[in-house]
Design a protein around this ligand. Structure first.
Ligand code: DGY
Length: 309
């Protein structure tokens, strides 16, 4: 029996390769066509109507990750294609990374690492490279979903006051986490650390621009663990270069990766990581297993264990 053929943005890494060996045949992204039974998205390739029209027999798109902003969901629904993702298993890892970035930016850890390795560190100077305190400060979480809630839990261990903004208040989470609902403008002006954990949607694209950055404290730190397009990168570059805000830490950018000569990459008050939110061995394996379960269910014509929408 020939294996079902699945379009995928290869290479898909060792775990998926192992899990799918002898189960499906992966077909490179640049070779869509009839006879392909599904689509596996690994590194956020765009799945839109025209792509789906080129795989007319595909019944499922399985995304390795929770965010599906690169998939045109109405286009998939219109063609009867189910979309699966991997929610829940990556919240802790992503919150850990968001908190690591918060600490790194406030305490100048990446900058300190560069300095400690470089030629200028010849004498310890207690007045050098002073950062901003994390413990006891105010954290503003934009998007108190599963990942945002995990960030709030970590903040409690640092004796932080936790504010949050969402489309709607979440009284149960407030009670459990000691978080306080505020408007976005109030969150921006009151927080020492602003952490973005919203999905990218039409409503959150460009959510943090010049006007929003202008509301932040000059000592404020912006952390983006969501999607790059949630912030206006030119505005963040300007705010960092002019010291309008103290620092930013970005795990995600738009575009991703940034052009190697992008001006923001020259700034010392930027900490940047290459989309590492869920990048632990354990979490990435769980994501791969969930994505395979969704893919195989879709190929069999069964309901997806984790269907979007
Ligand atoms: C996610 O889960 O959305 C991460 O960004 C990895 O794709």
């Amino acid at each position: 029996m020939p294996l079902p053929r699945v379009l995928a943005d290869l290479p898909v890494g060792p775990v998926l390769t192992e899990l799918l060996a002898g189960v499906v045949e992966l077909v490179p992204w640049d070779a869509p066509g009839p006879g392909l039974a599904g689509v596996l998205t690994y590194g956020h390739p765009t799945v839109d109507g025209p792509l789906l029209d080129r795989v007319p027999d595909a019944r499922v798109v399985s995304n390795v990750g929770v965010g599906v902003d690169h998939v045109d969901l109405p286009a998939a629904a219109a063609r009867g294609v189910l979309v699966g993702n991997t929610p829940g298993v990556l919240d802790g890892a992503t919150a850990d990374l968001a908190f690591a970035l918060l600490l790194a930016a406030g305490r100048r850890i990446a900058e300190g690492d560069r300095y400690a390795r470089g030629p200028d560190f010849l004498r310890y100077d207690p007045s050098h490279m002073l950062g901003r305190e994390v413990y006891g400060s105010t954290l503003g979480i934009v998007g108190l979903g599963r990942i945002g809630e995990q960030v709030a839990r970590r903040a409690r261990g640092f004796d932080m006051t936790v504010l949050y903004h969402n489309r709607n208040p979440k009284p149960a989470a407030e009670a459990a986490l000691g978080a306080h609902y505020v408007s976005l403008p109030d969150l921006l002006s009151a927080s020492d650390y602003v952490v973005l954990t919203v999905p990218l949607t039409a409503g959150t694209r460009g959510l943090i621009g010049r006007k929003e950055l202008a509301r932040m404290k000059p000592t404020g730190v912006l952390v983006n663990a969501a999607r790059g397009a949630v912030v206006d990168l030119d505005a963040v570059t300007e705010a960092l270069a002019t010291r309008r805000i103290y620092a930013a830490a970005l795990d995600v950018t738009d575009p991703e990766p940034l052009p190697r000569d992008h001006p923001i990459l020259k700034l010392d008050n930027l900490t940047v990581t290459p989309h590492l939110g869920s990048a632990t061995e354990q979490t990435r394996r769980r994501m791969a297993e969930m994505a395979v379960a969704n893919l195989l269910a879709g190929l069999r014509g069964d309901p997806l264990p984790n269907r979007v929408g």
